[in-house]
Write a protein that binds this ligand. Structure first.
Ligand code: FES
Ligand SMILES: [Fe+2]
Length: 411
């Protein structure tokens, strides 16, 4: 469990909070690059409590600025997207992506304008996302990750809004143990024959009077980039790499040529977060029959891919389905089922009171991951440079060693 003070240190991300200040030192992925049309509508994005818009100028340049116009706060989501900048439709102020106030018809003499902060931020495109730098001073280099500089046909990305803290969702990624329960039957059935499935999960038995599952071995180590952790059970040995602050490389399949994956969580505010799912293949373009395409092809809205999950208080749970043999009765939606399961659990925790938990042996990585975030934020408070800010993580990846011979058929 955490003290209230430490829980707040790692979940509160406003501009005046220690974690909010730390996170603003990093480049932040905020919208999918493909959703911005040259000369088209600016897109709203709330990030770390800040209401922003991202847009693509007619010449293709991407820009990010505060949603509120610097004159009197009209929404720049309504702005005209003109050559050279966004023009607020209220009184015609025009602002370039580099922060220059180009025109301000409300002010007769342009000399009065140079002191006005226009609320723009450095923006870049990489790995299918638009990245913004919300910090002060000169931005660092973009993060060096294995998928950041791959050709376009080697990498894909989708995102969705999750209605809980980024920490709830990280804790789900850190906690491999839950897969034996929450995802076990799902994966063993849905991914059977897809190179990922039966061999991926231990054969947990959910008979009413008898529960059989693996006593897994877990380990986690804090590193110069964040945290490396490992899960070893009957079916597999998997390793994960959390690269501060947003990125978790997580395993997908056992073959060296399998598609790979990285999940990112960016706080929208203290109670909402952006789930960003990258899938990539360093060796070849993503194949139609690969895991990445199977996932992406099932998605109708790549900017909010889990919008189909019911938010009805029980996340679509069907008690009759449980009576018919489903473990949890949550919606079955093909490859979306696992994200739905994770999101339902994270959202159901709500604003979790981490002073009232009862953590056990299988929560080891959760505890270590919280320590990673706490130490990072406290180091930043002491004036130390942000963890992993310039770390070369291009060689880091998740690994998956199958013990397929011990995997059994689904029950
Ligand atoms: S509020 Fe935008 S120009 Fe006046
Ligand atoms: Fe999960």
């Amino acid at each position: 469990m955490l003290t209230q003070e430490n829980a707040r240190l790692i979940t509160e991300v406003g501009p005046d909070k220690p974690m909010g200040r730390l996170l603003r030192e990093y480049w932040i992925p905020i919208v999918r690059a493909a959703c911005l049309v040259a000369g088209g509508a600016p897109r709203r994005a709330t990030i770390l409590h800040q209401r922003l818009v991202a847009y693509r100028s007619p010449d293709g340049t991407v820009g990010v600025m505060n949603e509120a116009c610097p004159h009197r706060g009209a929404s720049m989501a309504l702005a005209r997207n003109e050559k050279g900048g966004l023009r607020c439709v209220y009184h015609g102020w025009k602002i370039c992506h580099d922060g220059t106030l180009l025109e301000a018809p409300t002010h007769a003499a342009s000399s009065q304008l140079t002191h006005i902060a226009t609320g723009t931020y450095p923006a870049r495109e990489a790995a299918g996302m638009v990245w913004a730098y919300l910090g002060s001073g000169t931005p660092p280099a973009l993060p060096k990750l294995s998928f950041m500089s791959l050709p376009d046909d080697h990498v894909g990305v989708v995102m969705t809004k999750v209605r809980c803290s980024w920490l709830n969702m990280f804790e789900s990624l850190w906690d491999s143990f839950h897969a034996q329960f929450l995802h076990s039957r799902t994966n063993r059935v849905i991914f059977a024959g897809a190179g990922r499935g039966r061999e991926y999960f231990s054969d947990t038995k959910f008979d009413a009077d008898q529960l059989a599952y693996d006593e897994t071995t877990m380990s986690a180590a804090l590193t110069e980039y964040g945290m490396q952790y490992e899960n070893d059970d009957t079916a597999k040995r998997t390793t994960f790499a959390h690269v501060m602050p947003w990125f978790v490389h997580h395993p997908v399949g056992p073959r060296p040529t399998d598609d790979q994956a990285c999940q990112g969580y960016v706080p929208i505010d203290d109670d909402h977060s952006l789930l960003i799912q990258w899938m990539f293949n360093p060796h070849a373009p993503l194949k139609a029959d690969g895991y990445a395409h199977k996932f992406f092809d099932a998605i109708t809205d790549p900017d909010d891919f889990a919008s189909g999950l019911p938010r009805d208080g029980v996340w679509g749970q069907d008690r009759e389905a449980i009576a018919q043999g489903s473990y949890h009765g949550l919606p079955v939606a093909g490859v979306m089922t696992i994200p739905y399961e994770d999101i339902a659990m994270g959202e159901s925790q709500g604003r979790l009171d981490r002073t009232k938990e009862n953590l056990g042996a299988s929560d080891l990585v959760v505890i270590r991951g919280r320590t990673m975030l706490l130490e990072a934020v406290k180091a930043h408070q002491r004036g130390e440079p942000p963890l992993a800010l310039n770390f070369d993580a291009t060689q880091l990846r998740a690994t998956f060693t199958s013990k397929a011979s011990s995997a059994k058929e689904p029950a």
